[in-house]
Write a protein that binds this ligand. Sequence first.
Ligand code: FA5
Length: 347
Amino acid sequence: MPQAPEPEKLDVVALVDTAERELAAAATEQALREVHARYGGREGAIKRAVQAAINAAPKDRKREVGQVGNAALQRIEGAFEARLRSLGDEARTRDLARTVDVTLPGRSHRPGHLHPITHARRAIERIFAQLGFTLATGPQVETDFHNFEALAMPPDHPARDMQDTFYLANSDLLLRTHTSPVQIRTMLAQRPPVRVICPGTVYRRDDDPTHSPMFHQVEGLLVDEQVTFADLKGVLLHFARAFFGPATTVRLRPSFFPFTEPSAEFDLSCVFCAGAGCRTCKNTGWIEVGGAGMVDPEVFRHVDYDSERYTGFAFGFGIDRMAMLKYRISDIRLLYEGDHRLLEQFP
Ligand code: FA5
């Protein structure tokens, strides 16, 4: 017949059973620690029950009761650690379920890309580089001398009104109105032959669908012996065909710029209707894109070039306008609004 357990053992075993059940049922780490503090450790109910059982046990059995008590305390510690780990696992599983839906398709990166004006500028630079033109640059804040005076526009010259200017207060500085001052800086810095293009940002007090207060031009300058107007037309025609396609033609219309003589407006056959006439070209078949001409001897005088020996041509056109024509953008302001729906069309 099995022996009945000693009464002190019964107390401890029942306590351990209760403690294990409560530890396993604790729903939060805080609740778990409270149960553990109540039953386990030096201050807990089990330790106290074990101590009482030892005290009550006859001398020859105290040791055995102590061993039972230690085993009970270890079981409680084991149960506490196990529940702590499983609560951590449950919390991690819950977090993962909340933040990551592993069944969703991956998100692809949206790579940045160049602005249509940068695309156009680089294409222009490449075409002129193939013709032997090198790049030249100048400051956007210019002196009156470089922007106007050396280009044969002394103070009060009426041609200054053609380019409504932003002046910097209390100085003779201004935001350059065109890239032509880079011609002057280049010729002051080097002797002929010269063959440069000068792309850059320029500013005017303009604002409408085809005119922006900040826009981009590219200037071209070629100075050497025996340079003629025919060379100018040949270079512009080559550029227009390389940029817009072989069917494009160029027209030079008599015009006036103080720094070129003769001067011309530089028109392209309309890239939308191939010259047949449409809304963009106002039914003329032509679109004006820039100015050009033979460098005026007065400009050569300012930079100390011998105008008896050297002749040259210069041209300047809007890069923004080239980009609008190439990419069929109807309003120049769209280029500056940073709207991704437009920009993403020109990767
Ligand atoms: C000039 O700026 C001359 N410096 C060009 C030149 C260079 C002539 C060398 C002779 C020799 P114009 O003011 O016409 O010229 O401007 C040239 C082009 O810049 C225009 O045809 C147009 O394409 C562009 N442009 C002018 N103003 C604006 C503006 N506010 N917004 C966008 N493009 C503009």
